[in-house]
Structure formats: C-alpha cells, structure tokens
Write a protein that binds this ligand. Structure first.
Ligand code: FAQ
Length: 329
C-alpha cells in the first residue's frame, strides 16, 4: 500500500469516527469499517428474520380467534410483522447483502432469529401475552435503535416502533379482558404470562459480561444501551402493568429495591437460552421447517413478480418491449 493510500484510509476512518461521535448518521454510500458493516448485517438480518419467523406463533391462532374483531386485529398485526421484515431486509440490502443470500443463511441455520419464537402458543391467551410481553420487550429494545448510527436502520425503526406500540396495546387489552373474565379465562391469562415471562427476559440477549458484541456496538452507537440495562428497564415497566392487569409475574424474588431505584428479579435460566440458541427449543425445528416450506411454495410468486417487473422495466431513454412490438407491428 502506498503512503497516499494509507493517508486516504486514515482520513476516511477519522471522518467516520467523527461522524459517529457527533451523532451524525452513517449513510449507505459513506465509508465505513468492514467490521461495522458486518456487525450491522448480522444484527439487522437477525432482526428481519425474527420479524418473519415471529409471524408463525400468532398466525397459529388466526383461524381460532374468538370474535371477528379479534381476528381482524390479529390478522393486521401478523401482516405488520411481515412488513417489518420487509423494511429490515431492504435496509440490510443497503449494506450490500442481497435478500436471497440473507434468506439462504436463515434457512441453512447460519443466521439466527430471536429465541422467543421457539416457544409454542398453547392457548388464545398466548396471543395476549405475546403482544404485552414480547412486543413490549421488542419496543424497549427497539426505541433506542431509532437513534442507531446507521441511517436506514434507524429510519426503519421509527416506523416499526409506532406499529409495535399498537401491538403491545392490543395484547395488553386482550389480557385485561381475559383477566377480568370468568375464573377459567383469568387462569388462562395467568398461565400464559407464567410461560412467556422468562423467555421474554431472554430476548434482551446474554448478560453484559457474556455479550460478545455489546461493547463494540455501543462504541459505534449501533446499540445505545447494554442488554442488562434494557432488561432492567423492561422489568420496571412490567411490574405496575401486571398489577393493573390483576396478574402476577412468576418470580418470587421480584421486589422493589429502594437503593437501586429498580426492581430486583430472580436468576434467569441461561442454560435454557443456550439450548434454544443451539436449536433445541420446543419449536425450533417446526419454525424453520415451516419457513423453508413457505419459501419453496412461494417460489412461483417470486418468479411471477420478477417476470412482471422485467416486462415493465423501461430501458433508460427507451420504450418498454411491448411498446416496441406495437410500433413495429
Ligand atoms: N435470540 O453479543 P450479544 C420482535 C445472540 S423482534 C437469539 O449480546 P448483540 C418483533 C446474538 O445474535 C425480536 N440469539 O449480541 C415481534 C449473538 O450471536 P452471534 C428481535 C440471540 O447482537 C414481536 C450472541 O447471542 N429483535 O420481537 C439473542 O450485541 C412479536 C451474543 O449476543 C432484534 O433483533 C436472542 N434473544 O445483542 C415480531 C432487535 N440474544 O451473532 C413478531 C435488534 C442474543 O454472535 C411478534 N437486535 N443472541 O452468533 C438487538 O438489539 C441485538 O442483536 C440483541 C443481541 C440485543 C438481540
């Protein structure tokens, strides 16, 4: 490498560091370190995959929703999750990763999706618990991502968070209706919260001392808070909400700590988290199998869409093929 090239590389890196320090956004055509790019692709792809795999547990209840109103709300929510996946795949494509490549990595198990979607939805109350807890955890984690240093990701997150907030409210309202319903409905709501509470806490990722990527991601302002900080924030938000719902959180060690100004909570079973990450959760096989099947069965839609796009693509300064045919006819 010549001295001139070294100087230029150093200048680019300094400009990148300054932009991050000044809270400016990094845009797709800006120079960025390779590791920043690959960290973003890893996190954003995992996030996109989570959105589309996350459609499955709730979609399981669309045909069995107890009323037309509940069914319409649930269908809209599941469609929103598909939309979030699409914004995030598009945002990831701005980093030079193609959607085909990302989906291939998901289907072959080379890229992750959130651990939470490997748990089953056993009753209708699970739809409420997912809205309240899973979407609630997602918002807590994602609101700071609206200030992520990478522009396309941050902008996608603004819209996603608005929609997630509706999702969280519909889950809360659903659980409230069940909690105030018959004793059997109340018990069903409590059982769902008992099963979803701990996996929701795991969504925030491993404890800070075991989080491989946090320190660097925070330095680059991709992440604004550590996994444990956000987990604590979530617990503090949920405790009064659970009281208002008339439901209990399944943790005997949960109590307000005056000194810390936060709730203390019991130990998380990280061995369960690791098992789920290794593919040994209750639904890993089912979720990935269903995703692969949906992809294969949707091949004809992708082919038709590509053929339609090619047919309507107007060459620069020229006319569409069918227009040319009309003229020569
Ligand atoms: N599940 O060093 P860290 C939603 C992996 S969207 C699986 O702490 P990082 C909406 C991590 O990838 C939910 N894997 O990693 C919805 C890494 O593995 P690697 C998804 C996990 O990236 C609601 C390793 O562990 N949200 O719910 C998990 O700094 C309802 C070490 O971890 C996002 O993706 C996990 N829970 O922090 C949809 C938000 N946690 O790559 C439908 C964006 C960690 O080295 C219905 N992502 N790992 O092999 C983030 O904020 C971060 O990526 C974290 C992890 C916080 C998830």
């Amino acid at each position: 490498m010549t001295t001139g090239t070294v100087d230029a590389a150093e200048r680019y890196e300094a400009a990148f560091d300054e932009a991050v320090a000044a809270d400016e956004r990094i845009e797709p055509r800006d120079w960025m370190p390779d590791a920043y790019r690959s960290t973003l692709i890893r996190q954003m792809a995992q996030h996109a995959h989570s959105e589309i795999i996350g459609m499955q547990p709730e979609a399981n209840w669309i045909t069995r929703a107890p009323s037309l109103r509940r069914k319409a709300i649930l269908m809209a929510k599941v469609q929103d999750e598909a939309g979030h996946g699409l914004y995030l795949y598009s945002a990831t494509e701005t980093l030079g990763a193609s959607r085909d490549e990302l989906l291939d990595k998901l289907h072959s198990g080379r890229q992750r999706y959130s651990s939470i979607f490997n748990y089953p939805t056993l009753t209708w109350a699970d739809v409420g618990a997912i809205g309240w807890l899973v979407d609630g955890a997602a918002i807590t984690n994602q609101v700071p991502l609206c200030r992520c240093s990478y522009g396309p990701y941050a902008r996608a997150m603004v819209r996603i968070c608005k929609e997630e907030s509706f999702h969280q409210r519909q889950g809360y309202e659903l659980l409230l209706a069940l909690s105030r319903g018959t004793p059997a409905q109340h018990a069903m709501a409590q059982d769902a919260v008992d099963r979803w509470w701990w996996p929701s806490l795991m969504m925030f990722g491993p404890p800070d001392e075991e989080s491989a990527h946090s320190a660097r991601s925070m330095l680059w302002k991709i992440k604004r808070h550590s996994n444990d900080e956000l987990r604590q924030r979530f617990v503090d938000i949920c405790v009064p909400q659970a009281e208002a719902l008339g439901l209990t959180l399944p943790d005997p060690e949960l109590r307000w700590n005056e000194q810390r100004g936060h709730h203390d909570f019991g130990p998380i079973d990280w061995s369960e988290f690791q098992r789920v990450l290794k593919g040994e959760g209750p639904c890993n096989e089912q979720r990935l199998g269903q995703r692969r099947r949906a992809h294969e069965e949707g091949a004809w839609v992708r082919e038709a869409a590509a053929a339609h796009a090619a047919r309507h693509r107007t060459p620069r300064g020229g006319s569409r093929p069918e227009q040319r045919e009309e003229r020569t006819a």
